[in-house]
Design a protein around this ligand. Sequence first.
Ligand SMILES: *Cc1c(COP(=O)(O)O)cnc(C)c1O
Length: 387
Amino acid sequence: MPPLVYLQEKTNSKNFRKPITNFRHRYYPDVTVSDWNDWQWQLRNRICTLKELERFVQLSDDERQAFTEHSHRIPFAITPYYASLLDPENADQPIRRTMVPSIKEYIKSKGEAEDPLGEEGHSPVQSLVHRYPDRVLFLSTNFCASNCRYCTRSRMVGDHDKAILSRENWQQAIDYIAEHDEVRDVVISGGDFLTLTDDSINWLLAKLRTIPHLEILRIGTKVPAVLPQRITQGLLRILRQYHPLFLSLHFTHPDELTDECVAACNRLADAGLPLGSQTVLLKGINDDVDTQRRLYHGLLKARVRPYYLYQCDPIIGSSHFRTDIEKGLEITRGLRGFTSGYAIPTFVIDAPGGGGKIPLLPEYRAGEETDSMLLRNYEDKTFRYPK
Ligand SMILES: *Cc1c(COP(=O)(O)O)cnc(C)c1O
């Protein structure tokens, strides 16, 4: 058994957050509040080059080399809003590490692959992954508002040649779902579906809702974290028409839970959308109980129910992000019993080779006696349950 990780405040944890208004005044003095709060302005003004990034942060040698000596496999792009959360001085700050390239991305380690989840092998038409009996993954676009360096679909993000966004590809996927009446659930992901226009979003949701056997629709998105301005009344009016519609929101770190982000989650919850979260376990970024608990407590307050904690997928150049599997078990063990069950996501590994998500739990069984099962509680005390 690993040692028990008790919940306690880390005294040295610095919650880095500077007021976004100050950031806007300093770096975008001529930009009006209404432009700043316009999601399309945010997308048009993404930070995509070394030169732009240098305006906000002091680059480390490692970060600079990543730009000057390599061309990125995963495109580099950050919305001005999300850039306001980067620590200008500390290259090891969690959010900064998830967004700014490192030369470590160019080290290929054993077991890493372009498509570790074998999604292409389960792809009956270009925009779909059909791995489980009753649900499909719909890859709606390859565009994201900000690009995570550990992206599980790094093979396709920003790859404009594939143009999976074309209506023709969408139509093929819709036809496939319509012809397969065992599919009762579709997860719309990408890329990030909510970066598309209201019209495109409405078009796809409307088409999917004409399929009688589709019971629930889901959208996987990081927009509330990286582009909360996108959650407009216009978008909510569209989403509200397609219930039951669930949202899985990608969050990495409690520093993402700004007032803007929490307000966006509240708008979504008020529109009746059940909200879940998905988090990737990342070394040195969120791989401790304190950070995880702060994230999940913050999410619950924003009415987002932690859903999955993922072991980091072995995409090429991910070894600096990956923890060992014990880490996720240790975190689960440090949460269960110590805090609300609602604050505890299921720890899963998406099995390389296309096995799908496999849940892992710490071992709470302590053995057996003739008449009873021995069980260990969260405090490491043993209890008997009669057989
Ligand atoms: C994660 C995933 C789903 C959804 O799985 P749930 O456990 O139902 O959330 C569906 N299809 C694919 C290919 C997935 O990776």
